[in-house]
Ligand binder design. Structure first.
Ligand code: DGL
Length: 268
């Protein structure tokens, strides 16, 4: 089982920030990524729909024989992780708890802002996970649905993106946040511009890197780390193939994504 691949899924390209972090931390592992591009975005859909999609995504990855699965999408983690963990025997982890633990690793964190899709903010999963781990926190969530299209358009350093960020973040800045959690797998790409818009006192918590660290610990504990020393592979499957994806994937991974295959869910 140690030699089997790790599975990841997301609505589209965003989960590749998690894949990239895992490639850096666990370079020997083989990775299989599913992007449900035919049905994105997940961030604006109902919890029931997301649970159904996530269940089908996991079914596809299991058909590839993966040894563990990372829900590399905050919205799917928020709505579907408990259901997936109780339904399947394979270890399945999400991106929210690793981010929350990283935010709280700073004992001085008191006023925490979260930016994410409407679905993630509306689920209150971040807010609940933070509040149950530390009492007395002030927690402020903001749904920021315009950010994913701006990132995909590669308008990251454009003035319009800074303006949108200022508008979304001003209420959190007014509350005096000391920590900002990036609650969407696309947002690590915004770090340089977030650093421009926010004061240096605000700590950014990036769920992609913390998720990779969490995954490593989980694999160690379960004795599932690959023993091979050679460089691992990455296979990417999408439910809809578009030319645009390859370009996007290159930016998210910082390298060409290699061959991209079509996934047909429920028919594997
Ligand atoms: N991947 C989603 C997330 O992390 C954002 C994109 C979408 O809405 O599908 O919440």
């Amino acid at each position: 089982m140690k030699e089997a691949a790790l599975g990841f899924f997301d609505s589209g390209v965003g989960g590749l920030t998690v894949v990239r972090a895992v490639q850096e931390l666990l370079p020997g592992e083989d990775l299989i990524y599913l992007g449900d591009t035919a049905r994105l975005p997940y961030g604006s859909k109902s919890p029931e729909t997301i649970r159904q999609f996530a269940d089908e995504d996991v079914g596809f990855l299991l058909s590839k024989g993966v040894k563990a699965i990372v829900v590399a999408c905050n919205t799917a983690t928020a709505h579907a992780l408990p259901m997936l963990q109780s339904k399947y025997k394979v270890p399945i982890m999400g991106v929210i708890v690793p981010g929350v633990e990283a935010a709280l690793a700073d004992p001085e964190a008191e006023r925490i802002g979260i930016i994410a899709t409407r679905g993630t903010i509306g689920s209150h999963v971040y807010q609940h996970a933070l509040a149950t781990r530390r009492t007395g926190l002030m927690i402020y969530g903001a749904a920021t649905p315009l950010l994913v299209p701006l990132i995909e358009e590669n308008w990251i350093s454009e003035e319009v993106t800074k303006e949108v960020l200022r508008k979304y973040l001003q209420p959190l800045i007014d509350k005096g946040i000391d920590t900002l959690m990036l609650g969407c797998t696309h947002y690590p790409l915004l770090v340089p511009v977030l650093q421009e818009v926010l004061s240096d006192d605000v700590r950014l918590v990036n769920s992609a890197t913390t998720c990779a660290e969490h995954l490593k610990r989980m694999l160690e504990e379960m004795d599932l780390l690959i023993s091979a020393k050679s460089e691992g592979s990455l296979e990417i499957y999408l439910t809809d193939l578009s030319e645009q994806f390859e370009e996007l994937a290159k930016r998210f991974l910082s390298q060409p994504p290699g061959r991209i295959r079509r996934a047909v869910l429920g028919a594997v």
